[in-house]
Structure formats: C-alpha cells, structure tokens
Design a protein around this ligand. Sequence first.
Ligand code: UDP
Length: 244
Amino acid sequence: MTERINVLGVDFDNVTMAEAVDAAWALLQREGTDYIVTPNPEIVMNCRENPDAAAAVAGAALSIPDGIGIIYGAKILKTPLKEKVPGCELTQHLLERMNTAGGSVFLLGGKPGVAELAAEKLHAQMPNLRFVGCHDGYFSDDGPVIDEINAAAPELLLVCLGAPKQELWMHKNAAALSARLMIGAGGSIDIYAGTVQRAPEAWCNAGLEWLYRLLKEPRRIGRQMALPKFMLKVLFTGGRGGAD
Ligand code: UDP
C-alpha cells in the first residue's frame, strides 16, 4: 500500500515509474478485476464537477499522475509527488514485462481499425505478447463488448475511450469482466498505432508535452483551458495554506 496524495480532491499514489510498474504487475497477479487511472489536470477538474467521474477515479487500485501539471500542483500544495508517471509509458513498461512472461492483452478503444493497428505494431516489438482481441471505442451497448472480451479472456484490458468515459466504463463494468487488470489509457492507443505522435523527449522533459499537443491539435484549446484553471485553483488553494 503506497502513500496517497490528494490533489484538489483526487488521490494519487506517490510512486516512481518503476514502483508503478511493480504495483501494476502485482495487480495483474491478483484475483479479481482491478483498474488503473491516469489522471491529468483535465480529469481532476472534471472530477470536481462530476461526482460519478470522481467516484470512478476513486475506485481505482492505482492512480498515477499522468501530467506535469499534477506534479507542479502537488508541489505548490506542499504535498509533492515523486515524479510524473505518464500512462502510455507505464503501459509500455508493463507490456514489456508481460512479454517476457507471455501474457495476453485486449485493446478496447479508438476509431475503427486503430486498435488492430496498435496490436500489430506492439506485437512487432513484443512477439511473446498475445493480442487476443480488439474492439473500437464507438459502441452503444456494453453487453456484447463485455461478452467478446470475456470470451477472449485477456489478462490485461486497455480501455482507451477518452476521459471520463473510460473511467466510468471501468468502474461500471469491472465486476462483469474476467480480465485481471484494466488501464484507462486514453490516447495511448493512437500513439501505439502511430496515428498520433507523442511529443519529442526534449519537450516532455521540459514539461511542455501539453504545448506540443496543442500546437499539433489546436482544436483541443477548449479542453486545454482546464490546465490554467487547474493551476489557478492550485495557487488559490495553496495560498490559503492547504488542500480543499
Ligand atoms: N475514444 C473512443 N470512444 C469515444 C471517445 C473517444 O474510443 O467515445 C477514443 C479516441 O478515438 C482516442 C482516445 O479515445 O483514441 C482518447 O481520446 P482523447 O484524445 O479524447 O483522450 P486523451 O488522449 O486526452 O486521453
């Protein structure tokens, strides 16, 4: 059980990337269906207004700080987190470890064809991993999708439906699924498929991944307004001397 740190109402596990991979690996060995969430400032701000999303995020076995904004926020609130743990990197490390043991994965989410493309590219890098199924993220009835996943019996299910849809989906359906572990991995599926490029390492190291993404996809400006709102809330809350 790791220490949890609350940032504007959302709990985060205070873990390094290596510790997060170990924790995810342990969840994969455990009976039952657990899930991992990867909140960024946008998700935190959403949870403040959407109690269902907040409950879904709170139900996760592991909650990791996906964006540099969360790290700055936690620092300003004087409850620092060890480091940024991007969901797509955590997932990649976990897949690599599963590859050595010959694990099985189902990819759920993205536009039609994206999951298949991601499975193909990941399989080329990790040939011992079994990609036992794929399904796009645009469906209205959960039942047949759950049946398809359970019939494929993956150990790991990547749920890439965007936030907060993926967190709500995992929370609602965990009991009906036989997979050991789910990760709400958002746009990672597009990165694995190569349909979206991740920011170059120098931008990531400079904490500017959000700016790269905004320059690549200017229509995200509305969503990215969550970041300054989050920072203002942090500064206001920190200035008053505590988390709310
Ligand atoms: N997505 C999906 N179903 C939906 C909405 C989104 O499968 O109903 C997919 C979308 O195609 C994309 C992924 O969810 O592959 C992440 O979407 P977004 O860019 O909104 O999330 P982020 O990368 O910010 O987590």
